[in-house]
Design a protein around this ligand. Sequence first.
Ligand code: NAD
Length: 455
Amino acid sequence: MLDIINPANEEIITQVEQDDTSSIKEKFENAKQAQSEWENVSLSKRMDIIREFSKNLQEQNDNLAETMTRETGKPISQSKNELQAMPARINFFLDNIEHAIESEKVYSDSKIEECITYEPLGVIANISAWNYPYFVGSNVFIPALLTGNAVLYKPSEYSTLTGLAIARLFEKAALPQNLFSVIVGRGETGQLLLQLPVNGVFFTGSYATGTKVAQAVSGRMIKTQFELGGKDPVYVFDDADIESAAASTWEGVYYHNGQSCCAIERLYIHEKIYDHFLEVFMQQFHDKSIGDPFSEKTFFGPLTRKAQIEVLEKQVNDALGKNAQLLRGGKRLSSKGYYFEPTVLINVNHSMEIMREESFGPIIGIQKVKSDEEAITLMNDTEYGLTSGVYGKDRKRAEKILLSLNSGTVYFNCCDRVSPYLPWTGRKNSGMGSTLSHIGIQTFVQPKAWHIRKS
Ligand code: NAD
């Protein structure tokens, strides 16, 4: 049995039966059978079912938010934010699916006609993370189902109840049985899933786990995609609007306790505005309370995973041992639950883990820089490449810098932002492949090239 723990008080909420080799195999065989019928269901019928799913989700927003908050510790207002944003995301897929996978006649002359059509991959494994289970899950399973695939969805062990709730929403929407099956368990269960002859693997999680998943599927000619961690930098120019840059980057660092893949994890501030920026940045803490994630007033809930506390403590100790200065926080809160004080470190540099390893928590290193050149060098000095951003008045200066950064997403005067119209894609250790945008729809189909000789 899998214990589902409430990270706010460390109590067991419930226990859920885990999948084993034989139940996963059975789900796979059933999915294969269901998929062979589903791919022949018209697109408009598939779209109707997804529309119904979206409607059910909206009707149950409050319940679903409570479940997510209970098992992940995400503050209730932030759980509701995620759910309230879901219909727009689903609508993006509904509005763009037809065009993205439309058959095309690409060439024709008196003798030959050439066309491209698109076919589903088959049964895909979707191994997912807990931090935004609706967003990161639906970026995969909605377009995968719309394009005619079946999905074996393995939610994180920290968002299992949410995964099961998603399955019930599909059931209520009359999605044919076995097209969306939840695989319950931890990492070992993920490994069992990967041993099956699935036709694609779409993984969201850490780089460390991503490498294990890559090893498990190596040698198999199947589509694999990886959405992994980040160490996302932001550089604030000397001409930036300090008030708004400090408020916006503060939110980018600390929203959801820094447990967003695209949370800001490094701040570089031009020396001319450094002191002023720091002062305004620190002021942002004054009205943000830490506490019960079920209180609408709470901004900082507990961390979702206990193990992350040690990662954060290690990064703080490493930085302090190398002469960083702690402006606030730096330790676990003594109350029950996985609470960690929101933390700010200055006098940091790239010899410290805080500026190089993913933190995934409410912690930031703020470094002073002298020039754009220095900022670019530091921002690119990472194994990750998910997002990078700059704040300032000069768009040309910003574009020049953003062009030279090796990351999948770049931001100007904004951060921690995902749009369904744009591909979500990491570089280097942040991953491979894209979800979202037309590219993130086409990733779930395989093209067929037609050469038709005219008689
Ligand atoms: P994780 O890597 O610990 O787990 C992710 C999933 O993999 C879980 O379902 C887990 O059970 C499963 N898993 C663990 N070991 C496995 C194994 N050996 N084989 C197969 N499956 C295994 O990550 P997490 O803690 O759930 O999520 C946090 C990480 O995810 C962070 O690094 C974050 O940056 C990243 N993330 C990235 C994105 C993105 O879009 N790039 C989005 C969300 C989260």
